[in-house]
Design a protein around this ligand. Structure first.
Ligand code: SAM
Length: 398
C-alpha cells in the first residue's frame, strides 16, 4: 500500500538539542518563585496571593452527599478533568500538525488554572491530567502540580490522582522534579519504536533516544507504571505493533494502541487509516497467546491484555471501532481557558471570560453545572454528517 501523503514530508533541519535548550526554562525548582517574565505582572501578583492563601487554607471539609457531584444531562458523573497548560509543542507529529503553524491559542497565568482546578475539585473531580501542546514546556508547571497535590477530593478527602500526557522529549531531566512536585504518573506519546520512523513522525532528529531515556528516567523517579500511547495509522506505523509488544515486555511499560481520530490539523483522516482493535488483537495473539485483564474501573477507556507468560501489558483504546462514550467522565479546559464537554464539541465555553468578569466561585459553579448538562451523548465519527470539531487535538489537549 502506498504511504499516505502525510508520511512523505521531510524532517526540517532544526536540531532537537536546540529545541530542548530553548525550553529548559520551563523547569522551575519546586517552591521557587515563578519568573516574573513568564507571567503578565498582575498575574504574577495574583498567583503569589493564591499560593499563599492555599498554603494557609485548612483541608476542604469532606462532602457527605454524592448527589452534589457534577453530572451531565445523561447522569454521567464528571470526575476526570483534562487541563491543557500550553498550546505550544516542540514536536510536529505528522498525523497531528501541519508542520507549518505553531501555537494558535494563548496560555493563562498558573493562578487561573489553579482556581479552575479547585472549583472542579469542589464539584467532585478526582483525577486531573495535565496536557497540552506539550506540558513540559510550560513555565510554572512544577508549582501548578505542587499546588494541585495539596488539594483533596471533595467526597472522600483523598489526594487527587494527578497525571500528565507528554511527548517525553524533556522528561529525562524533569522526571524527578515532577515526582517531587506531586505528579503520580505519566503517559508518554510514542508512535514508533524504530528510531528512524519515529524521527520522521515527530520531525525531530534523534527524538526516539530522547523519549526512551525520558521513559527510563520516569520509571526510576517512581512515575510508573509508565504508559506509552501509540496512535496507529494504516500504512504508516502499523508495522510497529509487534515491536511495541516487545518494547512493553522489555522495558516494563504499558503500551496502549489508540485508534486514529479525525482530530488532526490537516485533513488526513479517513476510515481506511484506522487500524481497528480486532486486527491489533489478532496480530498480537499470533505472536504469543493474549490474556485479557480486568478493567480497573467502569470508565476505563482501554481494553487490557497481557501475554500468556504475564510479561508485558497492552491496552487498546478504540474510540472509532468500539466507542466508549457511554462511560465518559471527562471535561476539558483548553490552554486559553475554554471549557469543552467533548473532544468533538463544536463549541468552546468561555470559562476564563466569566472568571475575568469577576464571577464568584458560586457563580462559576452554577455556570459549569448548566454547561455540562449539554455534554454530548457521544461522538459521531464515521457517521454521515459528522462535523470535525472546532479545534484539533493539539489545541484541545489530549
Ligand atoms: N504533547 C503531549 C503528547 O505528545 O502527549 C500532549 C498533547 S498530544 C496532542 C496528546 C495525545 O493526543 C498524544 O498521545 C497524541 O498521539 C494524541 N493524538 C493527537 N492527534 C490524535 C488523533 N488524531 N487521534 C488520536 N490521538 C491523537
Amino acid at each position: 500500500m502506498a504511504l499516505p501523503p502525510i508520511f512523505q514530508r521531510d524532517i526540517p533541519e532544526e536540531a532537537s538539542e536546540a529545541l530542548s535548550a530553548d525550553h529548559a526554562a520551563a523547569r522551575l525548582p519546586v517552591g521557587a518563585p515563578l519568573p516574573e517574565a513568564a507571567l503578565p505582572s498582575d498575574a504574577a501578583g495574583r498567583l503569589r496571593g493564591i499560593l499563599s492563601e492555599a498554603a494557609s487554607m485548612p483541608a476542604d471539609p469532606v462532602r457527605s452527599s454524592d448527589s452534589l457531584r457534577l453530572r451531565d444531562g445523561h447522569q454521567r458523573a464528571l470526575t476526570d478533568l483534562r487541563l491543557s497548560v500550553t498550546d505550544r509543542c516542540n514536536y510536529r507529529c505528522v498525523y497531528c500538525r501541519t508542520g507549518n503553524g505553531g501555537e494558535q491559542f494563548t496560555e493563562l497565568p498558573i493562578a487561573h488554572y489553579l482556581r479552575m482546578v479547585r472549583i472542579f475539585v469542589s464539584l467532585g473531580v478526582e483525577k486531573v491530567r495535565l496536557t497540552g501542546g506539550e506540558p513540559l514546556l510550560r513555565h510554572g508547571l512544577l508549582d501548578l502540580i505542587s499546588e494541585i497535590s495539596r488539594m483533596r477530593t471533595a467526597f472522600s478527602g483523598t489526594p487527587l490522582d494527578i497525571a500528565m500526557t507528554s511527548n517525553g522529549h524533556l522528561l529525562a531531566t524533569m522526571a524527578e522534579d515532577l515526582k517531587r512536585a506531586g505528579l503520580a504518573r505519566i503517559t508518554v506519546s510514542m508512535d514508533a519504536v524504530d528510531p528512524e520512523t519515529f524521527a520522521r513522525i515527530t520531525r525531530v532528529p534523534n527524538s526516539f533516544e530522547r523519549v526512551r531515556d525520558g521513559i527510563r528516567a520516569a520509571q526510576r523517579a517512581g512515575l510508573g507504571p509508565v504508559k506509552i500511547n501509540c496512535v496507529l495509522l494504516r500504512g504508516f506505523n502499523d508495522s510497529q505493533i509487534e515491536a511495541f509488544a516487545e518494547f512493553s515486555r522489555r522495558e516494563q511499560v504499558i503500551v496502549r494502541f489508540i485508534e486514529f481520530m479525525p482530530l488532526e490539523e490537516d485533513r488526513s483522516w479517513s476510515p481506511d487509516t484506522v487500524v481497528p482493535m480486532r486486527e491489533i488483537v489478532e496480530r498480537l495473539n499470533a505472536m504469543r497467546p493474549l490474556v485479557a485483564l480486568p478493567a480497573h474501573h467502569a470508565s476505563e477507556t482501554a481494553r487490557r491484555f497481557t501475554f500468556d507468560d504475564g510479561l508485558g501489558e497492552i491496552g487498546i483504546i478504540a474510540p472509532v471501532s468500539e466507542p466508549f462514550c457511554g462511560q465518559c467522565s471527562r471535561v476539558r479546559i483548553t490552554s486559553d481557558g475554554k471549557l469543552r464537554t467533548c473532544l468533538f464539541s463544536q463549541l468552546d465555553h468561555d470559562l476564563i471570560g466569566l472568571m475575568l468578569k469577576g464571577a464568584t466561585d458560586d457563580e462559576v459553579i452554577s455556570w459549569i453545572q448548566k454547561v455540562v448538562l449539554h455534554k454530548e451523548a457521544r461522538h459521531h465519527i464515521g457517521e454521515p454528517g459528522f462535523l470535525k470539531p472546532s479545534r484539533g487535538m493539539v489545541h484541545i489537549g489530549g
